[in-house]
Design a protein around this ligand. Structure first.
Ligand SMILES: [Zn+2]
Length: 415
């Protein structure tokens, strides 16, 4: 192809994606308004709209308001022109589902998938996704993208997981994208789970009101996703935001990163559960709620901790309050570094609510630069457990409609 012909094709492709993106952001819009937005001629707009209507991406919805002349035909983006599959991977439980092109859920569910062996785990995930597609009856050709959120040190350039202590010791240099590409012949988006959750908070949650936010996942680890000026902060390899590995106790317990005394090694969910199971046998108050559960079952889980947390002065209440105080130190550091407008807390431990939040806020005020701390909102995320799942899907959609990459065209065969 001649160079200028190549450029022409590129410009055509860009115009189509540009129009689709305008349509995605506007509920209803007419051809005339599209021409005004893009600077393209009415004839060019008509041609592109005809093509996009034929492909199912745009629908005509009726007549809009007149500005003196004929009433214009209103156009609307059709989010059901295509679908995406997505998953948030953790060691034992994976959230997976199918969403439309605006991340509205078609189906979202949880599956017990053992991820200790990377290849076997990912293969089991692929099988579950295939089953899900059969269940809802969406044909394979309608699935045009996929997003995956995964914990660990993900190299953003190569999409290789360098290490993932939370998934297990066999997760060393695992080429996640390459492995998934064996099964999926569609554009893939792979993101660290805390980053994915930050993306969801920014797009769907209360974080939409701000361009600068930190999302902290309080789960197996304490990963943070940071959004500054509306964009995720990656660092040189994509490893920015490892808040859980802030050292708060020199010579403290060994952390799965290899250092000692990291916040995560003391107060992330496995540490809290481990500590409760070690201490409860020696705990004196036999009428304590968590101690009673321990006596009945022989061990307690994070769910038991969340059930007992509001019992004032109980073992659990004190344990979670202490976790809140030390987490506050980590968050104070993040606030000093990034000066976000808001910090959102998600993950299973965020379910402890005010018992965790009160000491955490107090600690942030004690440990961050007071003027900065007072100007920062700290809230529990409203997105709940599936934040990273939705973030992975949103990232995949963003990538699909990115004007440079325009993965959408490779899926439609036009372009
Ligand atoms: Zn560590």
């Amino acid at each position: 192809m001649r160079k200028d012909a190549g450029n022409l094709e590129y410009v055509k492709k860009m115009n189509r994606v540009n129009i689709l993106n305008i349509m995605r952001e506007n509920q209803c819009i007419s051809r005339q308004q599209l021409a005004k937005h893009t600077g393209l001629t009415p004839a060019a707009i008509s041609g592109i709209v005809r093509e996009l209507v034929a492909m199912g991406y745009i629908q005509e919805t009726g007549l809009g308001k007149s500005n003196g002349g004929r009433r214009p035909v209103e156009l609307q983006f059709n989010p059901e022109a295509g679908y995406l599959v997505g998953a948030e991977i953790t060691r034992k439980r994976t959230t997976l589902g199918i969403v439309d092109l605006q991340a509205n859920p078609v189906i979202v569910t949880g599956a017990q998938i053992e991820m200790a062996d990377p290849e076997a785990g990912l293969m089991a995930l692929v099988k579950q996704i295939e089953q899900l597609m059969n269940t809802v009856g969406i044909p394979e050709r309608k699935i045009i993208g996929a997003g995956f959120a995964i914990p660990g040190l993900l190299d953003v350039r190569t999409k290789v997981i360098k290490r993932s202590p939370n998934l297990g010791e066999r997760w060393l240099d695992v080429p996640v994208q390459e492995l998934l590409e064996r099964y999926f012949k569609i554009p893939l988006f792979i993101e660290h789970n805390a980053n994915a959750a930050a993306l969801a908070e920014h797009t769907l949650g209360k974080g939409g009101e701000t361009q600068n936010l930190v999302y902290v996942n309080l789960g197996e680890g304490f990963g943070a996703g940071v959004i500054l000026n509306g964009e995720l902060v990656y660092g040189s390899y994509g490893h920015a935001g490892e808040l859980g590995h802030t050292v708060i106790m020199e010579d403290g317990p060994l952390c799965n990163c290899g250092n000692r005394g990291c916040l995560e090694s003391l107060y992330a969910v496995p540490a809290l559960v481990g500590r409760a199971n070690n201490e409860l046998p020696l705990y004196k108050k036999d009428d304590d709620g968590l101690k009673q559960i321990w006596r009945e079952k022989g061990e307690v889980t994070i769910k038991d901790i969340l059930v007992c947390v509001s019992e004032v002065d109980s073992y659990t209440w004190q344990l979670v309050r202490q976790a809140g105080w030390y987490l506050g130190i980590g968050i104070a550091n993040a606030i000093n570094f990034y000066n976000p407008e808001a910090v959102f807390l998600g993950g299973i431990l965020a379910g402890a609510g005010q018992v965790l939040m009160e000491p955490l806020m107090e600690s942030v005020l004690c440990h961050a630069f007071p003027v900065i701390a007072r100007a920062t909102r700290i809230e529990i995320s409203t997105l709940g457990r599936d934040a990273a799942f939705y973030g992975a899907c949103l990232g995949a959609i963003k990538q699909l409609f990115n004007i440079e990459r325009a993965g959408i065209w490779s899926q439609t065969g036009i372009g």
